[in-house]
Design a protein around this ligand. Sequence first.
Ligand code: FAD
Length: 378
Amino acid sequence: MRKCDVAVIGLGLMGSAALDALLDSGVDALGFDPVGPGSNRGSSHGSCRIFRRFNFENSNYTALSDEAHAGWMRLQNDHGKTILTPTPVLEAGLPGSRMVAASRAATIGKGLPDPVLTPAEANRRFPAFDLPDGWDVVVQDGGAILRTEVVMEIMRARAGDRVITEAAQFEPRQDGVSIRTANDAFFAERAILALGPWLGRALPKLGSLLRITRQAVGWFRPARPASVEFGRLPIFILERGPNDVVYGFPNFESRGVKAAPHNHGPAVGPDDWDPPATDRELGPVSEALATLVPGAAGPIVDRDVCLYTNTPAADRRPDQGEEFIIDRWPDTRLVVCSACSGHGAKFAPAIGQRLARLATDPTFEAEPFFRLSRYSAF
Ligand SMILES: Cc1cc2nc3c(=O)[nH]c(=O)nc-3n(C[C@H](O)[C@H](O)[C@H](O)COP(=O)(O)OP(=O)(O)OC[C@H]3O[C@@H](n4cnc5c(N)ncnc54)[C@H](O)[C@@H]3O)c2cc1C
């Protein structure tokens, strides 16, 4: 039986970052995942995600973004491949938009200029837009296009033969964790479960809390191509009403404008990746582009599906839900990670460090808002 100090089960962005942090600090670690970079499964698949420094979800995240940014830059400098492409982030919403107000509030006290623009100013600066008078608008610096596929390739290459490309089943024991794949048996002192949407299946007590949703993604052939090129169009997040948020990227890959709804799609299981996004699912995105970003509007030229894994609101501390779980699993030598409510990717180096420390440093705890103890079920 092969032994290691720490096993990482699931090598999406979170598990890959945890394995990278462990190996970097000399820990005898192994990672397990049947799929690799370039697959179209797992919440980390695809070429890009949005990196935001200022997060409307929680102002605590600015420090986490800064920590992650340093991690991304280290990786980028070590490997000479672009991981972050700096890009402004435009956030806009109906008058009184809570999203825009929270994003603006996250910059207060940072010694930065006020990010507010009038819709007319934003439309002039970024001519693909036609934001209505009266809308609230901020344009934040510190954003970037995060090249997730590049990250996955680099991290997998760095881990080398420490990756077992098989699905793993685990069984907690008093002195560690037994792990089985189709071809081998392993024993780890501790194991990190970074299973994305499959986490609830592995830990049914958590499964009853987690909600997985199907998220449609589309690429649109722009009506005015010059207005949506990288450098002309920012990353954008538009709140058209409660539970109606659309985000998008400039056409940086010559594949069209990638745009998608951020509000939750229908609840599904972790193996429900088909069919690709339908015209009906992408209808609200087409409509949002036609009215608010007419330069980007046009026929759908490509489509995808990804899964969000959402946590409910806590019942032991104030939290609106959709907060990550980064903690030890009670009475075992397991560490658990659920970091996908649609905006976890950007934090992967910071979350990976936390997972690695939870597995190797008994005195370490993640921030209270990431702990399981925020739920009375734990
Ligand atoms: C449509 C969409 C848009 C998003 N946009 C953004 C964004 O703009 N910005 C941002 O920061 N974040 C964004 N996110 C969120 C981000 O992508 C996630 O936070 C992140 O990918 C979660 O990674 P993960 O490692 O937790 O899960 P996953 O990537 O799902 O990894 C889980 C891994 O576990 C593996 N696995 C499953 N079962 C086993 C087993 N038995 N043994 C071994 N391995 C197993 C799977 O193969 C998989 O690779 C978005 C997510 C989606 C779906």
